[in-house]
Design a protein around this ligand. Structure first.
Ligand code: ADP
Length: 195
């Protein structure tokens, strides 16, 4: 585990399973259908139980009018059988298909953090979005993920009395040791530049 402080808030890196995290919300690397899939999406649906899929279906129909969710536009649901009370579903870019995957990945993290902060949540955990089925390079993605989190925490601390003041821990949960090592190295480089 690795923890760093940024503007009085904590960024945590852990190796593990995101479905086991005791945080206010976990983020799901979803797909455009919002109806589950493989990878971390499948794991979250299995752990949360069938009520999660029911809510996702309802949102697809009633909120989105049957349309796909846009890349980087997060949707929040309950957490059901998870320890986390909420799941924030966000679609990351598909590398080598989507134009500007760098901007889209940054926006996926940023908008998810904003949604969590606006909901008054104190802690949120992310998987490594887009580095599984969506084919993005882990080192590249780690730079975008971590710099976006650092920027978000720095800017929210400057907004006096903002709702974002309550968000005090952002956790990255890396499924493999290899991914954890890459994220840890990226975070060390990033804070070397700022502290
Ligand atoms: P995407 O379609 O955004 O690439 P994937 O689910 O295929 O999403 O992969 C994203 C990352 O999630 C990968 O690094 C994968 O190893 C990781 N992952 C898979 N299962 C879990 C889990 N239970 N907890 C945390 N991360 C997971």
């Amino acid at each position: 585990m690795m923890q760093v402080r940024v503007s009085g808030k904590t960024i945590t890196l852990v190796q593990g399973d995101i479905t086991h995290q005791d945080v206010d919300a976990i983020v799901n690397a979803a797909n455009k259908t919002l109806l589950g899939g493989g990878g971390v999406d499948g794991a979250i649906h299995r752990a949360a139980g069938p009520e999660l899929l029911q809510e996702c279906k309802r949102i697809r129909q009633e909120v989105l009018g049957g349309a796909y969710v846009e890349t980087a536009q997060p949707v929040m649901t309950g957490g059901y059988r998870l320890k986390a009370r909420h799941v924030i579903h966000v679609v990351g870019p598909i590398c080598r298909i989507d134009p500007h995957p760098d901007r889209l990945l940054r926006l996926a993290y940023w908008n998810s953090l904003q949604l969590a902060a606006n909901a008054g949540l104190q802690s949120v955990a992310f998987p490594s979005i887009s580095t599984g089925a969506f084919g993005c390079d882990v080192r590249w993605a780690s730079g975008i993920a971590l710099s976006t989190i650092v920027d978000f925490l720095n800017q929210s601390s400057k907004q006096e009395l903002s709702a974002t003041d309550r968000l005090n821990e952002v956790r990255m949960v890396l499924f493999t040791r290899a991914d954890y090592d890459v994220y840890a190295e990226t975070l060390r480089e990033l804070i070397k530049g700022t502290n």
